[in-house]
Design a protein around this ligand. Structure first.
Ligand code: GTP
Length: 386
């Protein structure tokens, strides 16, 4: 491969620094009497080993911590007061965002000593909230829905709680949520091979304050498995806001890679990125050699190096990683400071921080390399040629 996207500059976003403050638009309208809670306390086990060093919402996606994309969407909806419900690696959030002013937000933190689950986490922050309407977000969802529309649905319906439901092409991988003709939720169903609806829980909820007060305090509770089914059983008005906007739960490596690529290419909207989209995104201080090919929404982090003739397709390369000459990286995440040796093939794989993959190694189909592990040249192969 003698030419590259990078060299030709065909539509990729080059050498810009994505700054937190870019997302602040003073003209954004403000919604009164609404505050937001973002649940970010999970351990992110499905994204290990990356989540051993950073909580899932802080992993870089399209060059920013994932949470920055969500916070910028919350700000764009006119919400200014946000509480982060933290537990696992809580200090990472406050060290990075501080009081939130760089994002134009008033950001506060409430930390659970023991994880309280999604419902317990919501109840635990109630004393820090004053608004009558509280919008709760799962901290790992990449979404395109205008949050104002969900709040409006809630207010028009006069509901106790409104759940954002998204229609997906294959609902079998999710629990599904049927509704009646008036838009009320009728049930929460477990995963099944034969789902009666294509509507699934998108992980954004609008609560009236009184409903949060009914969640038991200080004990682990799941909002999806316990709170919502109980509210239905009690005859509370649980409403649905249904759409088929962009939506992706970033909880697995496959989804993380796809979501990051969708942000880079502009398929997934993010007010934090504006309209800087292309086939790849190379951060300031990264080096890309002539003849390297970056496609498929690849992102190359700060200080990372990509060698000549390397081919990166849908790759997420964290800061300081090195991809040597002729290596191929497809739909994979390369952790901070990791090295991929010359002519290695990395496909559908997660390489942990600081790992060192020798020349001509092949890592495929869901392989996960733990941080700091060294695999010698030719150390893992799927083919028998020498
Ligand atoms: P996995 O371990 O891979 O399932 O990821 P996870 O721990 O993030 O769990 P899950 O994806 O089900 O969590 C959905 C959202 O709720 C995520 O944004 C989590 O950060 C958050 N969350 C999960 N458990 C807790 C908890 O105990 N407390 C708080 N505050 N948030 C939580």
């Amino acid at each position: 491969m003698s030419t590259s996207n990078h060299e030709k500059g065909t539509g990729h976003v080059d050498n810009h620094t994505v700054r937190e403050s870019d997302s602040v638009e003073e003209s954004d309208p403000v919604i009164e009497d609404v505050q937001a809670v973002v649940l970010v306390g999970g351990q992110g086990t499905r994204l290990r080993p990356l989540t051993l060093s950073a909580p899932k919402p802080m992993l870089p996606t399209a060059g920013l911590p994932f949470l920055t994309h969500l916070l910028s969407r919350i700000r764009a909806a006119g919400i200014r007061d946000v509480v982060l419900s933290t537990s696992y690696k809580a200090e990472v959030f406050s060290e990075y965002y501080g009081d939130g002013s760089k994002l134009g937000l008033n950001l506060r933190y409430v930390t659970e000593d023991e994880p309280l689950g999604t419902g317990g986490g919501i109840r635990n922050v109630l004393d820090d909230l004053t608004a009558g309407t509280i919008v709760v977000f799962n901290g790992d969802v990449l979404g395109g829905t205008d949050v104002r529309d969900v709040i409006e649905t809630h207010r028009e319906a006069g509901a106790d709680v409104t759940i954002h439901l998204v229609r997906v092409s294959d609902p079998r991988a999710f629990g599904c949520v049927p509704t009646d003709d008036d838009g009320r939720v009728t049930a929460f169903l477990e995963k099944t091979q034969d789902p009666p609806t294509d509507q699934i829980n998108a992980g954004t909820y609008v609560f009236t304050r009184e409903i949060i007060e009914t969640i038991p305090f200080g004990v682990p509770v799941s909002v999806e498995r316990e709170v919502f089914p109980r509210l239905l059983a009690e005859g509370k008005h649980v409403h649905a806001h249904v759409d088929h906007a962009y939506w992706r739960d970033m909880g697995t490596p496959e989804d993380f890679v796809r979501g990051s690529a969708d942000l880079v290419r502009g398929i997934a909207p993010s007010p934090a990125l504006g309209d800087r989209h292309g086939e790849s995104l190379v951060h300031e201080g990264a080096g890309v050699a002539p003849g390297a090919l970056l496609i498929g929404g690849t992102v190359v982090g700060r200080g990372a190096e990509v060698g000549p003739r390397a081919r990166l397709d849908g790759a997420v390369v964290f800061d300081g990683a090195v991809i040597e000459a002729g290596a191929v990286v497809e739909r994979s995440i390369i952790g901070f400071g990791a090295r991929i040796g010359p002519r290695a093939l990395i496909r559908d794989t997660v390489v942990g921080d600081g790992a060192d993959i020798g020349a001509r190694c092949e890592l495929l189909r869901g392989a996960r390399v733990w941080p700091g592990i060294q695999i010698p040249d030719n150390g893992v192969r799927f083919s028998t040629d020498v």
